[in-house]
Design a protein around this ligand. Structure first.
Ligand code: ADP
Ligand code: GN1
Ligand code: MG
Length: 362
């Protein structure tokens, strides 16, 4: 399938080149300089592209209104999807691939690693995103990937991968499997808190990696939350936790030298302080108390997902080298081990921010 045939479906006639480094979808920048982003939706992962595009179009339309009310610029502060010539928001080609397009936001960039100040600003962006969606009718959203952040269910998937052992690799990663299994009981803490209503379901982003925020190149400030495919009902602890999993590490997610991988408490403090400053007044005491647990469980969960995919033969996350998913799993487990060592300090940092913002947390 020719890319220009695809862009034509969106009434766009500009050249496209590969762009971005996500693990799931395939991304192209269209135009030179870029005017649009074209994405092939990974339909093995997102099996209901209609539901997915319904979600993201509804959420961005809603955000557009909130941003306008607040005096912001909706063209730059949220994504704008293009309809196809037939009026749908994605195009299914002859090979059953699904494509969507949205406007490229110029003079903006994303980061793979952060300073505390930059990381704090990404926290404000995700916290504002959460505030703006507080009254969004959550029941209208499709659950694009069921049990996406159900850490207990993710452990079950890892156990199933080990039992099936499709790649024959299970024996070689016994230490990593045991690391995950040893934490089985903790995997239920957030889902239990949702079940007893001490942690409410909200409309959450669920993939709050630092590189899913665009920063304005002129002001240096966080501008736009992107990568909205997993926006669905969830816990705020998922958003907070996943952001720390990625952004509070001193190394890349796939670093092979584990001596470089640390959970950085200055980055943890910066994110936590900014997040609570913007959102603390909306949070329940149990949400605040579980913030460090959120960081740990999202990191453990992501490690389990990478490990399960390694054992399954790399069928979910895109890899660029041998054992890539295993390398990713190892960094996550290293971070979990450090979070366990630093648990008391993490609780102290949350308590410090609660005092500062007069919140009734831990
Ligand atoms: P992936 O699923 O591959 O992570 P993203 O939607 O996060 O896809 O896009 C990948 C990268 O492309 C982002 O990290 C960002 O740098 C860039 N990008 C995405 N959308 C836009 C946009 N609308 N304007 C400018 N850059 C963008
Ligand atoms: C995937 O697509 P991308 O790279 O933004 C994954 C996230 C993981 C992340 C790990 C739909 O995100 O859940 O946390 O990789 N997205 C999906 O880097 O599974
Ligand atoms: Mg992304």
């Amino acid at each position: 399938m020719n890319i220009s045939d695809i862009t034509a479906r969106f009434s766009v006639d500009l050249p496209a080149k590969p762009f971005g480094n996500g693990h799931i979808n395939s991304t192209y920048a269209v135009g030179n300089p870029p005017k649009y982003v074209l994405q092939k939706i990974n339909t093995d992962v997102f099996t209901d592209p209609e539901g997915l595009m319904g979600n993201v179009v509804a959420v961005t339309s809603y955000l557009r209104e909130r941003i306008t009310e607040a005096g912001g610029d909706p063209e730059r502060e949220t994504l704008t999807y293009l309809p196809t010539t037939s009026g749908a928001y994605f195009y299914r080609d002859g090979e059953d691939n699904c494509w969507r397009m949205y406007r490229f936001i110029g003079d903006a960039k994303s980061f793979e690693a952060a300073t505390p100040a930059l990381f704090a600003d990404s926290a404000r962006a995700f916290a504002r995103f959460q505030r703006m969606l507080a009254a969004f009718p959550a029941a209208t959203l499709k659950e694009t990937i069921p049990q996406f952040h159900d850490t207990g269910a993710r452990l079950g998937q890892l156990q199933a991968a080990v039992a099936e052992n499709r790649s024959g690799r299970a024996a070689s990663v016994r230490a990593e499997i045991d690391f995950a299994l040893a934490r089985a009981e903790e995997t239920h803490v957030i889902t239990d808190a949702i079940a007893d209503s001490s942690v409410p379901l909200r409309v959450t982003h669920n993939d709050t990696k630092l590189n899913n925020v665009l920063f304005d190149e002129k002001t240096g400030k966080a501008l736009c939350v992107i990568d909205l495919d997993t926006v669905m009902p969830g816990s705020l602890l998922y958003d907070y936790g996943d952001a720390l999993r990625f952004g509070a590490s001193t190394a890349a997610e796939d670093e092979t030298d584990l001596s470089k991988v640390h959970f950085d408490l200055d980055l943890f403090r910066a994110y936590t302080d900014a997040y609570l400053e913007v959102l603390g007044d909306r949070m329940t005491p149990r949400e605040i108390e579980l913030l460090p647990t959120g960081a740990k469980l999202m990191t453990l969960e992501c490690g389990m997902r990478f490990l399960a995919d390694h054992i399954n033969g790399d069928v979910y996350f895109r890899i660029h080298r041998e054992n890539h998913n295993l390398d990713r799993a190892r960094t996550q487990f290293k971070l979990v081990a450090e979070m366990e060592e630093k648990a008391e300090q993490m609780n102290g940092i949350v308590a410090e921010a609660c005092r500062k913002y007069h919140l009734s947390g831990s």
